[in-house]
Design a protein around this ligand. Structure first.
Ligand code: ATP
Ligand code: MG
Length: 319
């Protein structure tokens, strides 16, 4: 396994507040790590240290083997960081800006033109390509920033809440571009508040809270920590559901079926419990009209692990 990003005991203090409190991360090259956590957890501060924008107070981090403190210059050449692209010229069109960046990155003219057109398309900027950037809307500027960041196919990419406020076309364009770059070996650190995005892109997840890591693993592993499958049984009426729940309670000691309208939910701690549960359902006097199972959603996992709803806090601190 080639290591993309390696972080050991990283700490950042602001006054007497510890924003990042001893974080360890390993992101294999060519994979996406999703960094989740409620507002103020320390995600952006972590990204900023890995981007050499903020100096750690303790610990060590390397990006493709380069130390973010002692080899900051090398690290900067490897990374694409969204939200930081100051080099966009407001008096040039979106296309000219991107083309200039491509040429600065030593792309041959033709390759630069092709790549620029592709990025414009991906981020819904084709129609606005010849418009001056100073006349772009806020959302268009953000999309141009993402296009500029990803144009040169950086080997390491930091995306800090990249799709917040993005329209669906641009969101899909970003996801497609990220998947392509990862398939080509790029390493991605993604922070997001959207569980759907984490599920769509991340190979593994780390959940932060109060500057520390409280959980990590794949989506399935985190879901497993919160609980196994739930068996969902639909009946013809709430009365039937009540009767079914009582029957199951009697037949399945140690299980806690729960009535919700005309449905009964039966959490199964182990997948092996499913067969016994279905036998009990078959033996019931009540007619069951539909049977379904579901695993916990990442949202439920997040809320259980952090004790916070993803949108519970109105305050936003953006990088
Ligand atoms: N420059 C700074 N000066 C002082 N405190 C800071 C600074 N930057 C961040 N903090 C504090 O560090 C903590 C972590 O902030 P950070 O921005 O890393 O959180 P986050 O996980 O990115 O949150 P969000 O989901 O809101 O983006 C917060 O308590 C924040 O107030
Ligand atoms: Mg943040």
């Amino acid at each position: 396994m080639t290591t993309g990003i390696q972080v050991e005991g990283l700490v950042k203090r602001y006054g007497d507040h510890t924003a990042v409190d001893g974080v360890d991360l390993t992101v294999p090259a060519g994979t996406v790590l999703g960094l989740l956590g409620p507002n103020g957890a320390g995600k952006t501060t972590t990204v900023r240290m890995l981007a050499t924008l903020v100096k750690p107070d303790a610990g060590r981090a390397t990006v493709l083997g380069y130390d973010v403190v002692t080899q900051a210059q090398q690290v900067r050449q490897l990374i694409g960081l969204t939200g930081q692209f100051a080099a966009v010229d407001a008096d040039l069109s979106g296309r000219d800006n991107l083309y200039l960046i491509g040429r600065l990155l030593d792309m041959p003219r033709r390759r630069a033109r092709e790549r620029v057109d592709r990025m414009l398309e991906r981020f819904g900027l084709t129609d606005a390509a010849t418009k001056l950037v100073r006349d772009y809307s806020g959302g268009m500027r953000r999309r141009l920033d993402l296009a500029a960041c990803l144009l040169g196919s950086p080997r390491v990419i930091y995306l800090d809440e990249p799709t917040t406020g993005l329209d669906p076309h641009s969101r899909n364009g970003l996801w497609a571009t990220v998947r392509e770059l990862v398939a080509d070996g790029s390493t991605v650190l993604l922070t997001t508040q959207y569980m759907e995005e984490a599920e769509a892109l991340a190979d593994s997840l780390v959940v932060m809270r109060n500057g520390g890591i409280i959980a990590s693993g794949t989506v399935a592993e985190l879901a497993g920590r919160v609980g196994g499958r739930t068996l969902l049984l639909t009946t013809a009426s709430p009365d039937d559901a009540g009767e079914l729940a009582a029957g199951l309670r009697a037949q399945l000691p140690g299980h806690q079926p729960d009535q919700d309208g005309d449905q009964v939910r039966l959490p199964l701690a182990h997948d092996e419990d499913l067969a016994a549960a279905l036998q009990a359902v078959a033996a019931a006097t009540v007619t069951v009209t539909a049977v379904d199972t579901r695993v916990p959603t990442l949202d439920e996992v997040f809320i259980t692990l952090t004790g916070a709803a993803t949108d519970a806090e109105p305050e936003r601190s953006q990088a």
